[in-house]
Design a protein around this ligand. Sequence first.
Ligand code: 7TS
Length: 407
Amino acid sequence: MNTPYDINALREDFPILSRQVYDRPLVYLDNAATTQKPRCVVDAISREYYSVNANVHRGIHYLSQEATRLHEEARETMRSFLNAASTAEIVFTRGTTESINLLATSYGETFLKEGDEVIVSESEHHSNIVPWQLLRDRKGIVLKVIPITDAGELDFDAFEKLFSDRTRLVSLAHVSNVLGTVNPIRRIADMVHAHGAHLMVDAAQSVPHRPVDVAALDCDFLAFSGHKVYGPTGIGVLYGREALLEKMVPYQGGGEMISRVSFAHTTYERLPYKFEAGTPDYVGTHALAVALDYVNGIGMQNIQKHEQMLTAYALEKLSAVPGITIYGHAAEREGVVAFNIEGIHHMDMGTLLDRLGIAIRTGHHCAQPLMQHFGVEGMMRASFALYNTTEEIDALAAGLNRLRQMF
Ligand code: 7TS
């Protein structure tokens, strides 16, 4: 296998990859759901709990100051990772879902009136659909939907026609969690800005797989989850342009986000703290920074090259499985391959593959409108990470062939 790094050495960093399930070596191909964690990330978590732990931003004592330093250094790591202009633009959240809910609530409350329009696409994850529907119920906004082509790409002619003088925000995935399609965000940002609207990017499936630079993309907001990029669960980021975040009302109220409180009047903290009510997951932020340093150590370009090779290999191998339908064939895609096999329910196949030690995702992938587009209830999905190998894809293809003959 021609990889830009020593994959066997690197797999050693992930202890879980050498465990067995059902007495078979684990083949973990469910990375779009969550990635496994390198030892350095798990160690950072235990090290902080064992030797640093104290609440941040409030203690005069040594431990609190050290925990605060790790937490704020982590914010700088996120800023640099995304190439944001300032740490004021990096809001810590629980993950992509919370980031989008924060945006829908705060942006919606601040900028949107009844009849204003938000545009999403047919291939969004539910977390980039439902928060906007909740906002529609609260404020009477209009939600418009960009259709996709059968290749799984945005239909740009239809997209252009959706804009009106009431369009305020477009919210789109950078990479589809089902089809792997990469949306041309820079081109979209130019379109959106030409119409005087703002662009939110759901980068849950791009940040783990390709360099993401908010300045180069020229997006106004961007969200990602730590657990999909080798970091811990329960921590994520909302990036927002400072000038917009500055105007937006807070999402939640409580400690940390205030400047002065009295019963008559409360003033809010400066950015980004205005959006971070309550004790933050300061261990999670530090561990996520360690994960991003780990990724940077390998090199995002190297990871992307390796995963592109795996994706091409998987598309070739899986295409040869009789009766297979692979969904989407976008010109630019990341390491996600969704498929069905004629006559076999995706859940049955997933259950049997699991018995062979092969972990894939089955079901609607939190994208039911996309399932409706393809006229299916669900799909199987294999998704790759920096530690996957062509041998694991061979195991998947062999498993599919073997099980298909059984049915
Ligand atoms: N947006 C996209 C594009 C996603 O793929 C996911 C999670 C989310 C948002 C939500 O992220 P969370 O960390 O807040 O849950 N996607 C998947 C998946 O494809 N399988 O499991 C979770």
